[in-house]
Design a protein around this ligand. Structure first.
Ligand SMILES: Cc1ncc(COP(=O)(O)O)c(C=O)c1O
Length: 403
């Protein structure tokens, strides 16, 4: 519907003064002097990659999430690829995943020549619906790939129960959910393999980076080999043992994370609890200020989880709020609030449409969720003034468009 002329505080989109003078991004890293010093120290050391910082970071990370093993990768995407390989996904296999995610989740199935099968999401949390998953399991299914959307864990017990009953593996994409808890357990200690990302908008950053956690030693060995060309010994082990001989017995990649990145990750890990607490505080500030705003649906939180709040995705109730998502999005951007949309459902991307024949309409909950979603800024470095700006801009835009 066309935007009506404002009668209250003029919206910036109509030439009014924006709520902020500079753009507040939807996500951002925080780096302090200790982080910088840790990287500088590693730059001065003997090992820039495949050195001691890798094990140190992996051990500290595994202990933090409560898993036996953690294997680092050069990105969350590489970590997903490693997990798909370790799960044995290959040509002819299917893996069931959610359409409401970043394409990397289902792309990792394609990297292994498997076929992604999408199951629609739950209407409240927008995480994969276990009942739909159960109905899609076939003799070809090898793995389930739930996503902890926005940092809210998927219904992991139900998915693990389906997997146990049907002999499948669960690869949890927890790229949004470092620090989230499900029924009192930390994400990373529940699924057969759990994948994390350390991209700068995440809770902890290494620039680019990723991790797989698992309790299974065989998966951990396979993951280590896969990220190192399919070779089981590392360059440092060989140097220390005075050996040159190595063998490559599977086709792997160079998906290693550097010591420089791991030094940063180790320092960032010490601040994770504080970062999570700040994100949770912001979520409370948002919900207490915006609950009840007509036309706005706040993110649902189930009783048995503690979300990690990677994103704060609100939904517009398009029946009560006739201005569309794109108008609202543009109006908030004009107020200098860096909103975003997560996600265009994967099956609607041209690659998936062309390859698998999707036309839209197959996954109505994910698709209607997408039509109404807007992610508000959410990162641990936001100060109270930033949070207030977002609340004020949302009230201003929604108040004007509702008239
Ligand atoms: C749900 C999800 N899975 C996977 C990834 C890929 O992670 P990376 O960017 O570290 O490769 C992302 C990245 O944002 C993501 O949001």
């Amino acid at each position: 519907m066309p935007l009506s002329a404002p009668t209250r505080e003029a919206l910036a989109i109509y030439g009014g003064t924006p709520v902020r003078r500079t753009l507040l991004p939807y996500g951002r890293h925080s780096i302090d002097e200790e982080d910088i010093q840790a990287v500088v120290n590693t730059l001065r050391s003997d090992w820039l990659t495949t050195g001691p910082k890798i094990e140190e970071f992996e051990e500290a990370f595994a202990a933090w999430v409560g898993a036996r093993h953690a294997v680092s990768f050069s990105s969350g995407t590489a970590a997903l690829h490693g997990a798909a390989f370790a799960a044995g996904i290959q040509a002819g296999d299917e893996a069931i995943t959610t359409p409401l995610t970043f394409a990397a989740t289902s792309n990792c199935i394609l990297y292994q020549n498997g076929t992604p099968v999408f199951a629609d999401v739950l209407a409240d949390t927008l995480t994969i619906d276990p009942e739909r998953v159960a109905s899609l399991v076939s003799s070809r299914t090898r793995a389930l790939l739930p996503v902890d959307y926005a940092g809210h864990p998927a219904d992991l017990d139900s998915l693990m129960e389906i997997a146990d009953r049907r002999g499948l593996l669960v690869i949890e994409d927890a790229c949004h959910a470092l620090g989230a808890e499900y029924r009192g357990r930390r994400v990373g200690s529940i699924a057969h393999m759990t994948v994390f990302s350390f991209h700068p908008v995440k809770h902890l950053t290494t620039g680019e980076g990723g991790m797989v956690t698992t309790d299974n030693a065989a998966y951990a060995d396979t993951l280590r080999k896969f990220r190192n060309h399919g070779i089981s010994t590392g360059a440092r082990d060989r140097q220390q043992a005075g050996q040159w001989h190595y063998e490559m017995d599977v086709l792997g990649y160079n998906y290693r994370l550097t010591d420089i990145a791991c030094a940063l990750g180790l320092r960032q890990l010490t601040k994770l609890e504080t970062n999570l607490a700040r994100r949770r505080e912001i979520a409370v500030q948002y919900s207490s200020a915006m609950r009840g705003l007509p036309g706005l649906v706040l993110p649902a939180v189930r009783d048995d989880v503690l979300p990690a709040w990677h994103l704060y995705p609100v939904r517009l109730d398009l029946a009560k709020f006739p201005a569309g998502r794109s108008e609202t999005f543009r109006a908030l951007r004009a107020e200098n609030i860096g909103v975003n949309v997560h996600y265009i459902p994967v099956h609607l991307h041209p690659y998936y449409r062309n390859r698998f024949g999707y036309r839209g309409g197959e996954f109505p909950i994910a698709e209607s969720g997408y039509e109404s979603l807007i992610s508000l800024p959410m990162f641990h470095g936001m100060i109270d003034g930033d949070v207030e700006d977002v609340i004020r801009a949302v009230g201003k835009v929604m108040g004007d468009f509702r008239k």
